[in-house]
Design a binder for this molecule. Sequence first.
Ligand code: ADP
Length: 201
Amino acid sequence: MSSENVVWHNHKVCKQSRAEQKKQKPCVFWFTGLSGSGKSTIAGALEQRLFEMGHHTYLLDGDNVRHGLNKDLGFSDEDRVENIRRIGEMSKLFADSGLLVLSAFISPFRADRQMVRELMDDGEFVEVFMDTPLEECERRDPKGLYKKARKGEIRNFTGIDSAYEKPESPEITLNTAVQTVEEAVDQMIDYLLTHQIIKKD
Ligand code: ADP
């Protein structure tokens, strides 16, 4: 397959003008961490808070994307890379449309997260590391997946028999073993204000 005969179109309504209309600086918040570390919970609560503040957001969630766009992909290393590549491209499109994008995916490999970072313009990729210890994630086991992985019913499960590579310099680190949902959302809102992604009214 080749894209050499496909020409990129520059449209008249650009990201900058969409951003001004929406009074926010589009970017992608990339939540990465073990299953059960709180990615969906915190991204969902943050989206709700931003929505109530009048901001325009979109939440991309691992399980949902795997039911649709990426339903042809499994959990081999190769498929995980392709999963993240597609999600990265999709996140970029949503950011181009002026949104604050919340992407919640385990995304265990450093190189894949770096690939997504490089897709985005400077300052538009905000890596949010969910530094919740494995023991706590496994204690919660909200989907019963750790139990299955321990019994060998699921293979290649991140944290059990598949590696999770911690971010080296994430923009934001959260630990939901010690922070409440409220506190984690407050920390993120502080970041957004400090970096002028959103402004105080
Ligand atoms: P992930 O998306 O990383 O797999 P989830 O958000 O689906 O994680 O699951 C996290 C689980 O932990 C949920 O059942 C949530 O209710 C629970 N939980 C308990 N305390 C917290 C907290 N402080 N922050 C986030 N989640 C929490």
